[in-house]
Write a protein that binds this ligand. Sequence first.
Ligand SMILES: *Cc1c(COP(=O)(O)O)cnc(C)c1O
Length: 400
Amino acid sequence: MRRVYLDHSATTPVDPEVAKLMMTYYTEKYGNPSSVHSFGRDAKAALENARESVAKLLGAQPTEITFTSGGTEADNLAIFGVVEAQSKKGKHIITSAVEHHGVLEACEFLEKNGYELTIVPVDEEGLIAVEDVAKAIRPDTILITIMHANNEVGTIQPIAEIGKLARDKGIVFHVDAVQSFGKIPIDVVAMNVDLMTVSSHKIYGPKGVGALYIRKGIRIIPRIYGGGQEKKRRSGTENTPGIIGFGKACELAAQRMEEEAVREAKLRDKLLRGIVEKIDYVKLNGPQGGEKRLPGNLNVSIQFIEGEALLLSLDMMGIAASSGSACTSGSLDPSHVLLAMGLSHEIAHGSLRFSFGAQNTEEDVDYVLEQLPKIVERLRMMSPLYDQAKHSQCSRAKAQ
Ligand SMILES: *Cc1c(COP(=O)(O)O)cnc(C)c1O
């Protein structure tokens, strides 16, 4: 059976070049970067080289990069680190309704512990209005944290404008850029960003590695204390092979990004066209135009079917996608992102996310377009609602 992986927003395979380089630092150049001997110096040099590669892809200086155990830790370091450093100034935080849980849960924890939180809404395309952020600002606002591109629907937010607003008001601005990093151009200076979260495993690097960009002059209180690594911002012996792999993944992303974005957007558009052509009662979620959306993201709701049932059927045919409902986490709540965009629970439940990556081909799309309509037809045979909808459409057509 053909196997088609269309879940690159969840994670990507490690690029063979990355894996090969990492292996050297596991088995040969395994020194502790803090050691003074040649083993340590080799590791340290490679670590600093990786820092340069990450910085370059962000338009940052290497000294502004702090390595972490991933995007989630970087989000937490940014949020807790800033609010603690700014505690004398105020207790108000602004975020958006469509953030990753790494941001939302951290903000909600703070809200339960004496901070005040304003959650800015989004429109039906998942877009934040800069005016809404402006309206939310108060004299005691200490942090604005808003993502660059959404992981579920791919919406790209107006970060530079929000950043300008924050900078003018002297408020620290953090951006979770895990989904956009290495996929579309980023320039932290032009975007007026103070802190930016990135992660390795979404760009063909290893899991468990990420980084926080901390603009020179921005103060944060560390979350982890110990040996003082990462300029005391994040203690603990560095995940040297992981970080070096991350650096390599950044280099590859820099080389491939432009071409790959065009290629993936084409595959994505082909899949959407095919789905709309072959399946009725389908809704495209998120931005309707390509330019406000990540190139590799497609999110559709297929009405009258549970997303989970679709996923399982697709999986049986070797196709890996993802759905908006967080069934795996023990609840059947539909995605907070889709609900914030105004989708009904029903429509949100039928959502499917396809996220493209480097290995996907036209043949993959053809295979999905061959399998998906059959699955949808079979599942809808069991849906009385679909029957009703079909029926009422027929009688409407007759009446015209
Ligand atoms: C994946 C992801 C994260 C979490 O990164 P990890 O490295 O998996 O901890 C954070 N934010 C967004 C938008 C993501 O897509």
